[in-house]
Design a protein around this ligand. Structure first.
Ligand code: AMP
Length: 590
């Protein structure tokens, strides 16, 4: 069994004072996991003793684990949603937290088709910053000289909305990039980005990407690391370069800025950066006009030492493509975080993608783990007590007032750093399809297929069976739905145009994160229906049984990724149809 870094860091003279302090902090909290967790729970429960939520379950001011676990139930979003809605509607009483809810972080996880709203409080941003501040000191242990150049990071914000009660609702990273902590961060030679704040904070994704790419190109020799938050984001950037390099090269040659960039603050700051550089423009033109884009990252940014993107969970599907574009540079997957809470970091960031493990920092929140084999809340195990080799569902109690809240992630313990367990991210509970931040579950897919198949009635046709596949062979990736149809009257079979409408109907039925990715971010391509020959799903059953599935328990998988099965399905395709236009999407107001 793989065991991650069991060895404590060497806190030697190589580290700067600042780094040494950060590494010392990691050592301290990871040596004292259980006492830190006990303190965190005590702090949360004592300060929130008068909240409606804790009083409702009769905690009566207790701050010990036993009483807490025996009185407070494990909860999912649906359990807390009525209280969330009260806060969203303007109820300012202390429902979750003794501190005012400063804003809602909108998760990419959805409930009833809409993004979940997770409450947060001001001081949580300090806790998140604290975790960010640990990342570079760890990286500096493995990669020297990162203060000698810049990071080309493609970072984006989304539009914010307000709830009816006037509380801001926006994704966690949008909140972070708009915070003073980020915008007015002190100069740190280890954290110099090529992207100016103005470009990062532009909510138009084309203009933001264009400006960030241009800045990355004009400083190409200074770039030491290239990244985005998720692997899909970096691939989108490469695709953007593929489609826009001519315009980018023209701007570089002339020192001008494409008129498609209309945002005044972006234009103002870019005008200070851009100077005519025909030689660089010629180089970009030469590299980008080549048919072969293998190693394009190191061809354009030759001093890149590593890529930094999350490549675990749904992002694992992009590893080989990133290796292709980077010529096999190391990929650092550094942080594990969510809208509920930031959890931890990878203490061995230069490891292979398949070996990435995250160490949860015990000061961030109080963490419990439900063993997967008995997912019963009474069996919840503390952070210090998880066992190597076991899988757990993850539950958090946060300073902002989420209590024993199911995050929805399944984690596998692979080792320890001091007494802190290190977790491999296994999967998100009940997510079938994901291209980037979208998460489509089985019920949502079922509902979408049902809505679309209603349209087929006028052709006296029905869907016999279906499955799905996240096709990420091209950028952007897209959903593929395999349909086996029973056409009762072949003279009146559904036409190609009609099946394209079914694609759109399915997209209209999917959740708001999917539709936002399609419409605003353009990070997911049109949904595709592949109609397969009659009898294909029976063949699929036979194949699975031949590989050991039990005949009586076999269920059609609603999503496939195993190559032989995808190949079997593809070899039976009789026609392909794509959504003809974008589905409806507008920022939510609730
Ligand atoms: P959100 O609430 O939209 O911020 O999404 C948080 C979720 O994204 C987590 O609960 C995980 O399912 C997923 N996630 C975040 N960081 C990672 C990571 N490093 N590896 C795999 N999945 C991650």
């Amino acid at each position: 069994m793989a065991v991650a870094s069991t060895v404590p860091f060497r806190l030697d003279s190589l580290a700067s004072d600042k780094d040494a302090k950060a590494l010392q902090f990691i050592e301290e909290v990871t040596r004292n996991v259980d006492s830190v967790q006990q303190r965190v729970l005590r702090e949360i429960l004592s300060r929130n003793a008068e909240t409606e939520y804790l009083k409702r379950f009769g905690l009566n001011g207790a701050t010990d684990r036993e009483t807490f676990k025996s009185r407070i139930p494990v909860a999912g979003y649906e359990d807390i949603q009525p209280d969330v809605q009260r806060v969203a509607n303007g109820d300012k009483s202390p429902i979750f937290s003794a501190h005012p809810i400063s804003e809602f972080l909108t998760s990419s996880g959805t409930s009833g088709g809409e993004r979940k709203l997770l409450p947060t409080i001001h001081e949580e941003s300090d806790r998140r910053q604290l975790l960010y501040n640990l990342l570079m000191p760890v990286m500096n242990l493995y990669v020297p000289g990162l203060d000698k150049g810049k990071g080309l990071y493609f970072l984006f914000v989304k539009a914010s909305t307000k709830t009816p009660g006037g509380i801001l609702a926006r994704p966690a990273l949008t909140s972070y990039y708009n915070s003073d902590q980020f915008k007015t961060r002190p100069y740190d030679p280890f954290n110099v980005y090529t992207s100016p704040n103005e470009a990062i904070l532009c909510t138009d994704s084309f203009q933001s990407m264009y400006a960030q790419m241009l800045c990355g190109l004009v400083t190409r020799d200074e770039v030491l690391r290239v990244g985005a938050v998720f692997a899909s984001g970096l691939l989108r950037a490469i695709h953007f370069l593929q489609t826009n390099w001519k315009e980018l090269a023209r701007d570089i040659a002339n020192g001008t800025l494409n008129p498609k960039v209309t945002d005044a603050s972006v234009r103002e700051c870019m005008e200070k950066i851009l100077k005519p550089d025909p030689e660089l423009a010629e180089f970009i033109t030469m590299e980008c006009s080549k048919e072969n884009w293998e190693r394009i990252i190191v061809r354009i940014w030759p001093n890149t030492k590593y890529l930094e993107v999350i490549i675990t969970g749904a992002m694992a599907q992009y590893v080989s493509t990133l290796e292709y574009y980077s010529g096999g540079l190391p990929i650092a997957s550094t942080i594990y975080a969510s809208s509920e809470c930031y959890f931890g970091l990878n203490l061995n960031p230069m490891c292979k993608p398949s070996e990435v493990a995250y160490t949860i920092m015990p000061n961030m929140a109080y963490f419990e783990f439900l063993p997967l084999e008995s997912s019963s809340p009474s069996g919840a195990v503390d952070l210090a007590d998880v066992e190597i080799g076991k899988e757990y569902e993850f539950v958090v109690t946060t300073y902002a007032g989420l209590c024993r809240y199911r995050v929805g992630d399944i984690l596998h313990v692979i080792g320890f750093h001091n007494s802190a367990p290190q977790f491999r991210f296994v999967r998100r509970n009940n997510v079938l399809l994901s291209i980037e931040s979208d998460k489509t579950d089985e019920a949502e897919l079922q509902n979408a297929v049902e809505k679309a198949s209603l349209l087929l009635k006028e052709f006296n046709t029905r869907v016999v069976d279906y499955t799905s596949y996240a096709d990420t062979n091209q950028i952007p990736g897209h959903y593929v739905i395999y349909w086996e149809l029973l056409v009762k009257d072949s003279a009146n079979a559904p036409t190609g145009d009609f099946l394209s409408r079914c694609c759109l109907q399915m997209e209209e039925s999917l959740n708001s994160v999917y539709r936002q990715s399609r419409v605003a971010d353009k990070s997911i391509g049109p949904l595709e229906i592949r109609v397969v020959q009659n009898g294909t799903f029976e063949e699929l059953t036979d194949y699975s049984i031949s590989r050991g599935s039990s005949m009586s328990q076999y269920k059609v998988p609603r999503c496939v990724s195993f190559t032989p099965i995808v190949e079997l399905l593809n070899s039976r395709v009789v026609s392909k149809h794509f959504s003809p236009c974008l589905p409806q999407w507008a920022p939510e107001r609730r």
